[in-house]
Design a protein around this ligand. Structure first.
Ligand code: E4P
Length: 223
């Protein structure tokens, strides 16, 4: 299973890449707004220089022509750019047209398996169902991941399911077990996955025991 980082924060991306656990990055206008000191283009180029994995850049146009134009522009920025397009009627047309040009897309804001199926049929390389936002409205986000992953595998569709809108580490485990190809995580969730109180306590205990024996040896040498 691949892990993407869901952020536009370059420092977070650099850290996670150093850990050797990150296969790509997803951004969106909200994540860009949190760090937006440079232009979106400059930020994307910087991120694409940090990871060679897919980097999703989201369009904001409402119509298919506008989305295709933005998509072509993003695709020229770096070879690993993936154009993120929202699920909607013009979005499907834009995905289809960009696929014909060999430009990879990530269909975002997917909330049902049927929406994901349509995006895959249109030619999207990545399908992003939002589990957290479904859970927020008392629906079962993981059910959509399970259904869509099954559909992709059963019918050998040429698309990968990205578990998006991840809120906590349990979402990652469940997505992996549900057969999702990818989960895209906020940096905080990635950090939460690293830590466990027993691990931290174990490290502290090993250090304390080591220091104790070193002190005893030093004492014995003196005597
Ligand atoms: C995915 O690509 C989206 O950027 C993201 O996962 C949305 O998550 P949110 O529901 O926390 O905004």
């Amino acid at each position: 299973m691949k892990l993407f980082l869901d952020t536009a924060d370059v420092a977070e991306i650099r850290t996670a890449v150093r850990w050797g656990v990150i296969d790509g990055v997803t951004t969106n206008p909200t994540l860009y707004a949190k760090v937006g000191k440079t232009s979106y283009d400059e930020l994307l180029v910087e991120i694409c220089g940090i990871t060679s994995g897919p980097v999703s850049a989201e369009v904001i146009a409402d119509d298919a022509d506008g989305m295709v134009a933005e998509g072509r522009h993003f695709a020229r920025l770096a070879p690993n750019i993936v154009v993120k397009i929202p699920m909607c009627e013009p979005g499907l047309e834009a995905i289809s047209r960009l696929a014909e040009e060999g430009i990879r897309t990530n269909c975002t804001l997917i909330f049902t398996a049927n929406q994901g199926l349509l995006a895959a049929k249109a030619g999207a390389s990545f399908l992003s169902p939002f589990v957290g936002r479904l859970d927020d409205v008392n629906e079962d986000g993981m059910m959509v991941i399970r259904e869509l992953s099954d559909i992709v595998n059963l019918h050998d569709l040429d698309a990968e399911v990205i578990t998006a809108s991840v809120r906590h580490p349990r979402h990652v485990t469940d997505a992996a077990l549900a057969g999702a190809h990818i989960a895209t995580l906020p940096f905080k969730v990635l950090q939460q996955m690293v830590h466990h109180p027993l691990t931290d306590r174990g490290i502290a205990q090993f250090k304390a025991d080591w220091a104790k024996v070193q002190a005893e040896l030093a004492e014995a040498k003196k005597g």
